[in-house]
Design a protein around this ligand. Sequence first.
Ligand code: SF4
Length: 923
Amino acid sequence: MAAPSLPAIHASHSGCWLRDLAGTRPVGKGEAIMAAADTPLLLLNAPLIASRLGYPDLSGLDLLELFAFVHPARFMVPTPKGLAQALGLAEPASDDGVPALLQAAAEALLAVCEDPVWPEREGAWSALQSLVRLRWPWAGLLAPKIAQPQRAERWLFSRLPEWEEAPERPQPAQIVLGDDAITARLAELTGSAAELRPAQQAYARAAGAMFAPRGGQRQPHVVLAQAGTGTGKTFGYLAPASLWAERSGGTVWVSTYTKALQRQLRRESRAAFPPERAVQAGRVGPPVVVRKGRENYLCLLNLEDALQGGFTGRPAIMAQLVARWAAYSQDGDMIGGDLPGWLGTLFRKRGITALTDQRGECVYAGCPHFRKCFIERAARASAGAELVIANHALVMINAARAREQSQRPTRIVFDEGHHVFEAADSTFAAALTGAETVELRRWVIGPEGNQRGRRRGLAARLADVASYDDEGARAIADAREAASALPGDGWLARVVEGAPFGPIEDLLAETRELVLARDESGGQEAGYGLETEAAQLGGSFIEVAGRAQEALEALRQPLMRLALRLEALIEDGPDWLDGPARARIEGARGAIGWRTDLIAGWIALLARLGGPGDPVFVDWLALERSEGREWDIGLHRRYLDPMKPFAEAVLAGAHGVMMTSATLTDGAETQSGEWGSAIQRSGAPYLDVRPQVFAAASPFDYARNAEVLIVTDVPKGDIPALANAYGRLIEASGGGALGLFTAIRRLRAVYGRIADRLARGGLPLFAQHVDPIDTGTLVDIFRDDPRASLLGTDALRDGVDVPGHSLRLVVMEQVPWPKPSILHRARRLAHAEKFGGGGQAHDDRIIRARLAQAFGRLIRTGTDRGHFVVLSSAFPSRLLTAFPPGTPVRRVTLDAALQSVAGRVSDEASAAAQPSQTDESRL
Ligand code: SF4
């Protein structure tokens, strides 16, 4: 059947439309479902249409799957408008035009396959043969369009390039950057506008201080630079960074917290680090490399396993589409790279994650794809790069335990520096939980029972060591035996049913009992996690903890012995230990090292139970639950101040570090010129280092372009009133609203009440935790449609970078108070003891930071305009310093707020008619 004659369906919150030979007509949900059951329908984003129809089993000919096959690694916003734009078709004016668009799009995509210059042809015929066998719905339509190639196609694994082994680089030269040189480099990067931005020049010179030669051991240069939105931070630090990298031959790391900023940096760093200059300087490989945690990249061995029968049914189809993408991907990054974020959600299962190297089971040089591995390529490229773009967690991990010195960052710019504390908090945490111990058991033992897949245990990974070295073989066998005392599959059910197996499951069962016994919520909040302090623990708990400690020690000992044997082996260098085997054993040595550290952390946590508390740590017991289901149980440990281990792991070995952000200091402090808490939160005082500080206010005219409205008449806890307020505000602004919630429950309740009504008015509403779409794609959809609005929680408070007309209203449901957890209470108390004030100053600082981040979403360029609305009368005036100086703030009724928002709509409409801001305008 030709694509135009295939029926097509579209469903939104405002209705359903079916197009068949008789034309397009509105249909009810029931008829739409019946039609889909009768014959495969063309549709766009099956899970989303299924959720709109309330029929989870919906399937059909999904245009997104076809697009992923025909144009792998190409960006597309998964909406009718995005599809039309990607294919150069006319955008439908309204929902009823979408089914015709789907037919036209199918025809266009199928026609591409017959085009002799189809750029992604190679590999398509071979992949299609597998997809035919898997009964992929599109396979029958594609088969006649894709001719068998005359010569055998290069298969994915032969098509990918091999990385080159590069010689070790000399250490960077010690140089001093002059202010004039920094200013000149900045002018090169920004063009003629540079002289108009003295704040940016001053910022760049301040950033240059981090590159000066270090004066003493463990004495890095630390620069804290706060610069309001619009100062031009990115080029501000890239100017001295590129100059230093060029002249010294070294590598600068720029670390971000959000993927949005990482993407922006990838684009903007091209000008500062041109490849020609790197080649002239004798560098090998690209000058700019993006590095992420290994769990972000495709593992080719996992993919091969999935393609060869490891995956069946729909996940097997997904594996074929991922293989198509891998052959054309820039860097194999599956999370936030060029793999469409929507691809994974089309297949509903956690298939994408299963294709990454989640569990550190990489066999390094023992892997047949080692020389083509995306992860290895990124790691090698970063050693030779001028600039490495990474995230805070990876920088901390690399600083703490990189295998080679060349992988350790020594000059680091932490952009989004206000998040370094949080990142350090989770990086240096210890969690002895069921989920973590199961992972460890699998890593040591490998697949057990009916488990499938290529994952192999320690014994299989080190079989050659065991056959060569008796002591190594004994250590592996002992570790294997000790690991069998760890929780295995089904542990949670056993623990919940009161039939735990082994000392760690015993501990988890006791932990669960205790947390439930001490629950003060009266069972009201069954959907949420529970926690209790690790204090006043009874004798039986301590006894069980002691046995768990012994079991962990019994595992740690043989792992340590094995690590020593591997070291000795590398030193001895027996005949069979060629280059690849050595790399594999070194990899195994590193992996064992960080697991023994992990186990040592757990043992330390158990050892202190029942004894006097250690003031450096905060320990607690937790039962994790969501939506009425328990999913993990365990003991947790955090540093009271995570900047203490950060200072040791990152700062002590670094030569220069800058932390920069628009909100580095607390709003209140900035006005009094104090940097106390920002300096404390940099970790520098732990090394007796005095940071250099710099501040520049935003050049934006907040007084004219923004207004904060605190709505006083929406009663707290009244969901209908809250939903009404959201709905009317979005209507008044004609969409373009970002709604921020502190609880998923309220987000869903509000969404459920207003989505249909808004859709009928032509205002699409999307929501995290509701729509089956990943967060990055939701933001892409929101950015692409000025009439769309988006509701979300924490991740959106920071990760949304939508300049221009698409975002013109931010609505917060309430003041973002910190969650009163045990950890929060301990830190609040510590703050109060140190600075007085009963802990309120601690909470206020957190809230002001959150408000400032949320407000920061609104005004991204000099011409952005908009409102920031808080639906809470209980908004203390002392928090108002969170907003940039000069921003008008009014306490008003909802009606007055609606008037204000609506009052700007005509202006916004004319602004929307103008071209959107270029990225450069935000620098
Ligand atoms: S080297 Fe490791 S991560 Fe890379 S493809 Fe092989 S097993 Fe996967």
